[in-house]
Design a protein around this ligand. Structure first.
Ligand code: GRF
Length: 189
């Protein structure tokens, strides 16, 4: 079995989508959902799917406790699905080319610190962009700067609110994120 470990901070629609996608897979399983937010809805989503969860604080992320937990669970791929904190260098180095993130825009546009969730879509609306999309990329020490794995775009000329843009982007995320995860895991030895 290849193991996926998910990190998330919020609602968890991507986590739920990934859990459903791999539920009936004999070669790939989600071993745990890690969250920095004890109130995150994603924890209930994981519990509903009988996937163990682990909640940590800023200290735990940087003092080696999260890393120790990862070393115990031995994931083949770490997937950030709406995770809002920066991954510390010790974890990024330990799991080089094994951590991926999804960003709800076409990087390098609308990336970097503060560019998350509705902030992204509101900026895109304000700037009158005609298209947006998703970027799935490897994680390095800097926000949104690792090598790109996949980008997909969508026209938004018909959108007049940030919520409409968000819905189009979320549809792309739900379609492509599990497929990319599956392909990456299948390409591992
Ligand atoms: C997604 O838009 C993802 O791209 C971003 O955070 C959002 C998470 O949404 N990084 P959800 O919690 O999966 O619903």
């Amino acid at each position: 079995m290849k193991k996926i470990l998910l990190f998330a901070s919020g609602t968890g629609s991507n986590v739920e989508n990934i859990l459903k996608y791999f539920k009936i897979n004999n070669e790939i399983e989600v071993v745990s959902v890690f969250s920095n937010n004890p109130k995150a809805l994603v924890l209930a989503v994981a519990a509903h799917h009988n996937v163990p969860t682990y909640v940590f604080d800023k200290e735990g992320l940087t003092d080696g406790r999260v890393l120790n937990k990862l070393l115990t669970l031995r994931p083949d791929l770490i997937v950030l699905a709406g995770f809002l904190w920066k991954m510390p260098e010790q974890i990024v180095q330990q799991y080089s080319n094994k951590i991926i993130n999804i960003h709800p825009a076409l990087l390098p546009k609308y990336g970097g610190k503060g560019m998350y969730g509705m902030n992204v879509h509101e900026s895109i609306l304000t700037n009158g962009e005609v298209e947006t999309g998703i970027t799935i990329h490897y994680v390095n020490e800097h926000y949104d700067e690792g090598t790109y794995i996949l980008q997909r775009s969508v026209g938004i000329e018909d959108c007049s609110t940030a919520q409409e843009i968000a819905a189009k982007v979320q549809a792309l995320e739900h379609l492509y994120f599990p497929q990319v995860i599956e392909q990456l895991l299948k390409s591992l030895p």
